[in-house]
Design a protein around this ligand. Structure first.
Ligand SMILES: Nc1ncnc2c1ncn2[C@@H]1O[C@H](COP(=O)(O)OP(=O)(O)O)[C@@H](O)[C@H]1O
Ligand SMILES: N[C@@H](CCOP(=O)(O)O)C(=O)O
Length: 355
């Protein structure tokens, strides 16, 4: 008997202007894992943990296919090891199809981590619900905005609960102690995820609002984009964002979305101004596209850690994207663009089996 299942995980756009490390939207661009486990197989593989991995889409040729090097299967192995399962069953085949561009601020790593945790949940038959799965994701990703949107779908706000000093050491400890690598000893059991790490809510979203993603053809690693941020902020800047955050979370659910309200509440003082050093033309683009210059535009921001620009809009998608691409071009940056919608369902696992 061969067990088969598919894991479908949306991309995400995090922050949405003022919600740095808080807000995220699940987007209908799906990382898909097609998994089969031939339960009769005893054949050994080259892979140290029995997984035969294949890959298509963005990252093909550069993403590693060994299970203790690939982010999806490393994540799955972490969850399996923490629950005393040492490897994938012999006869495990995983095909990854990834349309999410890597390192562009559309949550590719968050989607890979969510996919990995769901993969382990199926392989180990642990029966974890999505909230428990998020605990494991948070052990790796550490900021809840993109993984919560990816796992739960929709437009979400989230936070990580207060941690005891012992939990702090576990949750914010060395990732090398959590994720396996080729040097991990055969009997090492990594720390399990504390319970209920994340809390989230889903906000209403008017489906008339679509997401334009203008994606520059260069990568910015999230880690690098976080390293340019200051370690503290002024009271003025924090209040600036909190005020806008409160208004934005309600404004996008309105029956008749108000461009002025949404545009102004998507302004940010906490991350975008600092990230301009990594993204040519960022400040100019964010300030020169408004509901007055482009009919149908509601708001504009950096998607996640960048370099993608996210526009919320109700019409004229092509014209808005074409003009942003032209601005980037004047800074010698080539782009592609996608029109995306909010993925309200989040990550899903579909079962199937064949004799
Ligand atoms: N589908 C995938 N399979 C394996 N690794 C992935 C996948 N998606 C992302 N990654 C890893 O995550 C990195 C990008 O993460 P990050 O810098 O956080 O950017 P992003 O904004 O796209 O999440 C990639 O370089 C790769 O190492
Ligand atoms: N809040 C994080 C979000 C990172 O999202 P990603 O899509 O770039 O991985 C940040 O802004 O650093």
């Amino acid at each position: 008997m061969t067990r088969e299942f598919t894991i479908k995980v949306p991309a995400s756009s995090a922050n949405i202007g003022p919600g740095f490390d808080v807000l995220g939207i699940g987007l209908n661009l799906y990382l898909t894992l097609s998994v089969s486990v031939n339960e009769a197989s005893t054949a050994s593989t080259k892979d140290p943990y029995n997984a035969e991995l294949s890959y298509s889409g963005d990252g093909s040729g550069s993403v590693p296919l060994q299970s203790d090097l690939n982010l999806i299967t490393k994540t799955a192995l972490y969850v399996l090891h923490a629950n005393h399962v040492r490897a994938f069953p012999p006869g495990t085949r995983i095909h990854v199809n990834n349309p999410i561009p890597l390192g562009r601020g559309l949550g590719s790593s968050g989607s890979a981590i969510v996919a990995g945790v769901l993969l382990a949940n199926e392989i180990g038959s642990f029966g974890f619900d999505k909230n428990r799965c998020l605990d494991y994701c948070l052990m790796i990703e550490r900021h809840p905005d993109n993984i919560t949107a990816t796992m739960m779908g929709g437009f979400v706000g989230s936070f990580l609960r207060n941690l005891s000093p012992e939990e702090e050491t576990v949750v914010h400890g060395d990732l090398g102690r959590i994720l396996p690598s080729p040097n991990t000893s055969a009997d090492y059991v990594p720390p399990n995820a504390p319970l209920d790490l994340g809390t989230h809510v889903k906000y209403p979203w008017n489906p008339v609002i679509k997401c334009i993603a203008v994606i520059p053809q260069f990568e910015v690693k999230t880690e690098d984009s976080r390293s340019v941020l200051p370690s503290s902020y002024s009271k003025k800047d924090v209040i600036f964002n909190l005020q806008r955050l409160a208004v934005l979370t309600s404004a996008v659910g309105d029956l008749k979305p108000a461009p002025e309200v949404i545009y102004n509440s998507m302004q940010d003082s906490l991350h975008q101004p600092y990230r301009k050093v990594l993204i040519p033309g960022l400040t100019e683009i964010l300030s020169s596209f408004t509901p007055q210059t482009h009919d149908g535009l509601l708001g504009i921001c950096l998607s996640g850690a960048g370099p993608t620009i996210l526009c919320l809009a109700t019409k004229n998608f092509d014209a808005i994207a074409t003009d942003i691409i032209a601005q980037f071009k004047s800074h010698n940056v080539a782009c592609e663009w996608k029109l995306l919608e909010v993925a309200s369902e989040g990550a899903v696992v579909e079962q199937g089996s064949k004799l």
